[in-house]
Design a protein around this ligand. Structure first.
Ligand code: COA
Length: 260
């Protein structure tokens, strides 16, 4: 598929999606959100794709937020629809994606940019990254899941402070806050993230997918995460990957998972 605002590259079973509006610091306009949705949707069924890395083009920004120029004259109704559509099409879609999604945060991750990074399953940042939710400085609040996912990751007090001050934190503070798992040098970010993807891909893709579902269940209203875990655990016993994983272990050889 051809896109105007994103680039796709599949290599060694890793799909790298690069948001590519560098002149606008990769700000998320409607078209970009739709393209990202389409890219994730086709990656879901593409058997070649085992892990997705999402990053921004250039060294300056991952994503500097939702495109402010697009919603400057919106009514309350239009604003509500913008948030609801975005959450459904992209942010929740990524969070619940059945294959691992890693955000490689290569610069500013502000507003919708940080919300996108937080929707990913985990985050790795380069040392020049800067993160924040500056919406209240625009007379808004975060609308793409930021008020929910930031406290889950950094705790309520830190999230409140970041949201209320609209300030930015740097990569080392983000590491200290558990907002990112690792910080790398600028030119090592993608390689480091790909190595991480490689470690994940050595394991059963079916089990990894079930694990994503079980972990996410803890954050869903009205869902009992322990029950989800029991169900997914039970289902694992019916997979070819389970048979291969256990027989490889008992046979003292490396598992070659069929991914079923
Ligand atoms: N929406 C739309 N355009 C954006 C944008 C956004 N969120 N963030 C940056 N841009 C555009 C700027 O308008 C500018 O476009 P122009 O060259 O046509 O004027 C271009 O990207 C470069 O940004 P600029 O502000 O000149 O870069 P800078 O290095 O001086 O500042 C930031 C970088 C990230 C601090 C600054 O761009 C910024 O504060 N962006 C908005 C962040 C924000 O509030 N995000 C939350 C949105 S809800």
């Amino acid at each position: 598929m051809s896109y105007q605002n994103i680039l796709e590259n599949i290599e060694d079973n890793i799909l790298t999606i690069t948001i590519n509006r560098p002149k606008k610091l990769n700000a998320l306009n409607r078209e970009t959100i739709q393209e990202l949705h389409n890219a994730f949707k086709s990656a879901k069924t593409n058997e070649e794709v085992k892990v997705v890395i999402i990053t921004g083009s250039g060294e300056k920004a991952f994503v500097a937020g939702a495109d402010i120029s697009e919603f400057a004259d919106y009514s309350p109704k239009e604003g509500k629809r913008l948030a609801a559509d975005g959450q459904e099409k992209l942010f929740n879609y990524v969070a619940n994606f059945p294959k691992p999604v890693i955000a490689a945060v290569n610069g500013f991750a502000l507003g919708g940019g940080l919300e996108l990074a937080m929707a990913a399953h985990f985050r790795i940042a380069s040392e020049n990254a800067k993160m924040g939710l500056p919406e209240v400085s625009l007379g808004l609040i975060p609308g793409y899941g930021g008020t929910q996912r930031l406290p889950q990751l950094v705790g309520k007090g830190r999230a409140m402070e970041m949201i209320m001050t609209a300030g930015m934190i740097d990569a080392s503070q983000a590491l200290q806050y558990n907002l990112v798992n690792h910080v790398t040098e600028v030119d090592e970010l993608i390689e480091f993230t790909e190595n991480m993807a490689g470690k994940i891909m050595k394991n059963s893709t079916v089990a990894v997918s079930a694990a994503i579902k079980a972990v996410n269940a803890n954050y869903e209203d009205g869902v009992n995460g322990f029950e989800t875990e029991i169900n997914e655990f039970g289902r694992s016993f019916g997979t070819d990957d389970f048979k291969e994983g256990t027989s490889a272990f008992l046979g003292k050889r490396k598992a070659d998972f069929p991914g079923k």
